[in-house]
Design a protein around this ligand. Structure first.
Ligand code: ATP
Ligand SMILES: Cc1cn([C@H]2C[C@H](O)[C@@H](COP(=O)(O)O)O2)c(=O)[nH]c1=O
Length: 224
């Protein structure tokens, strides 16, 4: 006898500022109509996330304070939105996750230690697509939106972040590189293909993944 279908599917879209994450997520939400889709982003618009967003415009916090606020924000996000949505079987699509912390905050510390800090309480995605593109292209897109660049969006910072995303791709098996220089329709098509592959992989290892993810969700819920 089969165990029940695993609950939920956690999809993360991550990458540099201006890579096209929001554009891709809009396309995915329009295409993925078969099941409940919950869209979210980090930093969130909760109390801690708003403080982080304000600091990007008004002056960066110390690295330690930034990491502490990110942890508070992510813990609240996991507890109030991500785990409940996964538990009821939704597809949760997040614009940025702990890969961004490794990319941006690891400028001040080891990538592995930051990854360990967040994987200790935040569920591992079923699939994380890292949108990759040259920094000059990302900056041109940011400028094309008619916005100024904030402190996170300078070329030297973004070059180091791009290298850290390569580290993430090499160390996190659920991540896949997506060539973000393609036109938006091609990016969407490739993303849908990756989601289909990840869904099939889960369906074929149904019993193992059921117990693994269901246990992880239950364990994380119990610890909140
Ligand atoms: N594949 C693409 N090709 C060309 N332009 C794109 C592509 N995807 C998005 N854009 C454009 O690039 C700009 C940045 O896109 P978008 O806001 O989706 O990026 P983002 O990764 O969400 O950025 P941020 O992290 O800064 O919020 C927008 O003007 C968007 O229309
Ligand atoms: C999750 C997360 C985000 N950041 C930074 C990266 C971006 O510059 C901003 C968010 O801007 P967006 O336009 O809403 O994508 O926050 C970070 O430094 N660390 C993180 O973990």
């Amino acid at each position: 006898m089969h165990t029940p279908t695993p609950p939920g599917f956690l999809l993360v879209i991550d990458g540099l500022d201006g890579a096209g994450k929001s554009t891709l997520i809009q396309g995915l939400a329009a295409a993925l109509t078969q099941r409940e889709c919950v869209l979210s982003r980090e930093p969130t618009y909760g109390q801690y996330g708003r403080q982080l967003r304000e600091s990007a415009a008004t002056g960066r916090l110390s690295p330690a304070a930034e990491l502490d606020l990110l942890e508070l924000d992510r813990r609240e996000h996991v507890q109030t939105l991500i785990l409940p949505a996964l538990a009821r079987g939704a597809m949760v699509i997040i614009d940025r996750y702990y890969y961004s912390s490794v990319a941006y905050q690891a400028l001040h510390g080891s990538a592995q230690s930051i990854l360990d800090r967040f994987t200790a309480f935040a569920p591992r995605p079923d699939l994380a697509l890292i949108l990759d593109l040259p920094v000059a292209t990302a900056i041109a897109r940011i400028q094309g939106r008619g916005e100024g660049q904030n402190d996170f969006e300078r070329a030297d910072t973004l070059n180091r972040c791009r290298e850290r995303f390569q580290w993430v791709l090499a160390h996190c098996p659920e991540t896949r590189l997506l060539d973000a220089t393609q036109d938006p329709a091609a990016v969407l098509c490739e993303a849908l293909g990756q989601i289909a592959l990840a869904s099939v992989a889960r369906a074929t290892s149904r019993e193992a993944s059921t117990s693994a993810q269901a246990k992880e969700v239950a364990w994380l819920l119990a610890r909140q």
